[in-house]
Design a protein around this ligand. Structure first.
Ligand code: ATP
Ligand code: MG
Length: 695
């Protein structure tokens, strides 16, 4: 039952390295964004001071903890779980699992029989520990200067009032509540209030259309939908309530009437008088919630009771309704947060993700609050009023940990350094990235320019399904390699398998799978356990299949290469999308790239590259040639793109990920087969791309 012995061997050999040997000085010497002479071997070390103060400060220490976590998962996790409050302890086992679909139904259980409450652990426990006066949430509005804050004691009162209201209107343990709110403080408050009474929340990102919202409402049949009347994005006001209205009409037509729409009046965006209203169904939050008591008894739930339902981003197809349970998720998000960001009680933490995504669940709301952290919640857009907004916020709240997505890093990089260097950013000590592989050139810009070469970057690989980080640097322990998510988190046993499902050892690439369960794993797809097994456990029996491609280098570092469905096969060479895109993005005039495979008479598949240029750079024949050349030089002639397609914008999901399946259809001119585009952030880019096809 040992982890991939291979990984353990590598870790062992890594422990021979001097740790915290000071930063590699030549990293600071290289011109920003230019690849290092020998990319493969270049490691970026955490500074001595950083490592010394870190929770895990050396490869040896990681190794000891990791070994224990995989050799004795029950012991490892029950020790950690004991630091939480459990009304009753688990019984009789810490966990039980069947991951092998050929041996019966796939089932994971952690801390079964224990009774707890994640809201109690995330809020009450901090107040009871004497930290009621500590700021739990700093809220920064869309307009600079529009802000607010809540201490843990105040947060508890707000959560209790809403929980009492929900109970009053008949919401009970196990009932679903759909939340369609922007990043107001009321969003985490609502999630916590649901958790407090054992209701199952389903947050729908407040950028989704009425149709997408209706689909989700019809799927989970909530007692209540909670929204606000409007929100401002940049200078535009979006009438959320009207979107909810149409979604609710649609769900009635589908036999799912929702009797109550609790609406928060977001005064900065829209007045009450201007809001369309359905008497008997709609209720103003401000009219009812504040009248309820500020204390509310906790509903103790089984560790295996459902906590929430959340749909995946929809990058590869129709979103999947992922179900997480209370106990394992609680222990896992709190622990991953603590170690991957080297959390200290003095930290001010900001994650730019919206609570509509898993990142906002695990690492805006639950993970940080379970650690008693101070969290920044930002309602606005990173380029409003200008591209310096993030660093303005970092300076304003003295943010120490900044966690974001590669798409944001690349878009800010495109705007130039001036927007960054204008601000001090002195408070920063750890940076983080999630959502896609981060291209090495974007990594370096993030590291050198944003972090002033002082802050380790936690490139966290994980999924909605995994609940929390799976492969991630521990910033004080490991030297990093730009673009690698480094090593597995405690208790996680990644394996790389070939087409037939055989584990491959050593330096290799293939399909990324996970062996054995972990506490934060999803337990099912809502209402469809069969699809759960078919999608994730049947492709390679005995493993959880992630859908991602991955390679492991000679030092044991893991490199995510993109979705396996996106792998391109050129004359027998299997090429991951991430590799070619990283080469393109390392061109100083290329801001973003997305590559797909297209049919090719001779090579089987050819490489078709969509490229977005740096602000103000015109597209030219010369530039086209130099883009192809940079891929030839960095990867090899076989990977040279056959076609470069200039793309002023790329089709992205609303969580900012590139949707390659749509690009594939554009590249192969199958325009009538674009598929589900409902999760696209801006559908107009598709038409624009079709027009520019022959440029
Ligand atoms: P769907 O499953 O509906 O297609 P999705 O996979 O984009 O949507 P998420 O669960 O939000 O939905 O994203 C998880 C995926 O994001 C991973 O499988 C991986 O492809 C990618 N990813 C996340 N973090 C990283 C990272 N640090 N490095 C590389 N890839 C990452
Ligand atoms: Mg996915």
């Amino acid at each position: 039952s040992l982890a991939s012995s291979d990984h353990l061997r590598h870790v062992e050999s890594m422990t021979q390295l001097p740790s915290g040997a000071g930063q590699i000085s030549h990293l600071n010497a290289v011109i920003l964004g230019e690849p290092l002479a020998s990319e493969e071997n270049d490691r970026v070390f955490p500074s001595h001071d950083f490592s010394r103060q870190a929770l895990v400060s050396s490869p040896e220490q990681y190794w000891k903890m990791y070994k224990r976590s995989v050799e004795d998962p029950a012991g490892f996790w029950s020790e950690i779980a004991s630091q939480f409050y459990w009304r009753e302890k688990w019984y009789p086992e810490v966990y039980s699992e069947n991951i092998d679909v050929t041996k019966g139904t796939v089932k994971f259980e952690w801390f079964k029989g224990a009774r707890t409450n994640i809201c109690y652990n995330a809020v009450d426990q901090n107040v009871e520990a004497g930290n009621g006066g500590k700021v739990a949430i700093y809220w920064e509005g869309n307009e600079p200067g529009d802000d607010g804050q809540l201490t843990y004691a105040e947060l508890l009162e707000k959560v209790c009032q809403l929980a009492n209201y929900l109970k009053h209107v008949g919401v009970q343990k196990g009932d679903a509540v759909v939340i369609y709110l922007p990043m107001l403080m009321e969003l985490p408050i609502t999630m916590l209030a649901c958790a407090r009474i054992g209701a199952v929340h389903s947050v729908v990102f407040a950028g989704f259309s009425a149709e997408s919202l209706a689909q989700r409402i019809i799927d989970c049949k909530p007692k209540v939908v909670i929204t606000c009347n409007a929100v401002k994005r940049g200078s535009k006001a979006i009438h959320l309530k009207e979107i909810v209205d149409s979604a609710l009409i649609e769900s009635v037509k589908n036999g799912v009437p929702v009797g109550l729409c609790l609406t928060f009046e977001n005064q900065s965006a829209m007045k009450r008088e201007d809001t369309k209203w359905t008497e008997g169904r709609d209720v103003w939050w401000q009219d009812v919630v504040p009248q309820f008591p500020t204390k509310c008894a906790v509903e103790w739930v089984d560790a295996e009771d459902p906590l929430f339902l959340l749909y995946t981003s929809g990058s590869t197809g129709k979103p999947k309704g992922v179900l997480h349970t209370a106990g394992g998720y609680m222990v896992y998000t709190a622990t991953t947060f603590k170690y991957a960001f080297d959390y200290k009680p003095s930290d001010i933490y900001w994650c730019t993700a919206d609570c509509g995504w898993i990142t906002g669940h695990s690492y805006v709301t639950y993970g940080p609050l379970l650690n008693g952290a101070t969290v920044v919640v930002f309602e606005g857009a990173p380029n409003y009023p200008d591209s310096g907004r993030c660093w303005d916020i970092v300076d304003k709240y003295k943010v120490t940990i900044f966690y974001t997505a590669p798409t944001l890093v690349r878009s800010l990089m495109r705007e130039g350094n001036e927007y960054v260097t204008r601000y001090s950013r002195k408070s920063l000590r750890v940076l983080g990235s999630v959502g896609e592989p981060i291209n090495p050139s974007a990594w370096r810009w993030f590291y050198n320019v944003v972090g002033d070469s002082q802050c380790p970057i936690s490139d966290t690989w994980w999924q909605t399904e995994t609940g929390g980080f799976m492969i991630t640097p521990l910033p004080g322990a490991w030297p990093q390699k730009p673009g690698s998510a480094t090593f597995p988190f405690f208790g996680v046993q990644p394996v790389i398998v070939d087409e037939k499902g055989n584990e491959i050892e050593g330096e290799c690439s293939g399909y990324l799978c996970i062996k054995r369960s972990w506490p934060g794993a999803f337990r099912t797809l809502y209402g469809d356990h069969e699809r759960y097994e078919t999608t994730y456990f049947k492709p390679f029996a005995g493993y959880y299949f992630t859908g991602d491609g991955c390679s492991r280098d000679k030092d044991g570092y893991y490199w995510l290469t993109g979705r396996v469905d996106d792998v391109i096969n050129v004359s027998g060479h299997r090429i991951g999308t991430a590799e070619v895109e990283s080469a393109l993005v390392s061109h100083p005039q290329c801001a973003e790239a997305a590559v797909v495979g297209v049919e090719h008479e001779i090579k089987g598949q050819g490489i078709y590259a969509f490229v977005t240029l740096v602000e103000g750079v015109p597209y030219s024949e010369e530039l086209r040639k130099s883009l192809i050349l940079i891929v030839r030089n960095q990867i090899g002639a076989f990977a040279a793109p056959d076609k470069i397609h200039w793309a002023p914008g790329l089709p992205k999901t609303r969580s900012g990920k590139i949707m390659r399946r749509i690009l594939r259809k554009i590249a192969s001119r199958q325009l009538d087969e674009l598929g589900d585009t409902s999760t696209l952030a801006d559908p107009s880019v598709v038409d624009q791309l079709i027009e520019l096809r022959d440029c």
